[in-house]
Design a protein around this ligand. Structure first.
Ligand SMILES: [Zn+2]
Length: 148
């Protein structure tokens, strides 16, 4: 998926968004094309390489740790199962809830249904699962926006 550079109204770079996300922002009128990608067009829009927000957005909140949520875990891990690398639709607790594992960014990873079921109420080690495909971390708000 190609990335489009997103600038604040003040031209401060905010990171990359997916092409789809960029088009969505153009359609909603919250961003304009700042730099187009050659002569290609996408519907009524020039194909964007760089877009810029129409209104200034205070960004300090973007760089704060995101509040924990299960959809957030799936976004952070880009829907990749931590155990097999497959498509994840569930969230697994590394340390099972039944063993006191917390609902937290560091204890939760995206998992496919099969791996989640196979692991059940065990730790990855207890379930004979080797290295994780991802390292759990506390994402910033902007990380989740960029991953969406
Ligand atoms: Zn899996």
């Amino acid at each position: 998926m190609s990335q489009v550079v997103l600038l604040n109204a003040t031209y401060e770079p905010l990171g990359g968004v997916t092409f789809r996300h960029a088009i969505g922002m153009l359609v909603r009128g919250v961003a304009i094309v700042e730099e187009q990608d050659g002569v290609l067009t996408f519907g009524p829009f020039p194909r964007p390489r760089v877009i810029r927000l129409v209104r200034f957005v205070a960004t300090t909140w973007l760089y704060k740790p995101a509040g924990f949520s299960k959809p957030g875990v799936l976004a952070r891990d880009r829907r990749t199962c931590a155990f097999c690398g497959g498509y994840a639709t569930t969230v697994d607790h590394l340390r099972p809830k039944s063993q006191g594992g917390a609902n937290s960014w560091l204890n939760c990873v995206a998992a496919c249904k099969a791996c989640n079921g196979r692991k059940a109420n065990r730790t990855p080690h207890g379930a004979g699962m080797k290295r994780l495909h991802c390292t759990p971390y506390v994402p910033r708000v902007i990380d989740l926006i960029n991953a969406a």
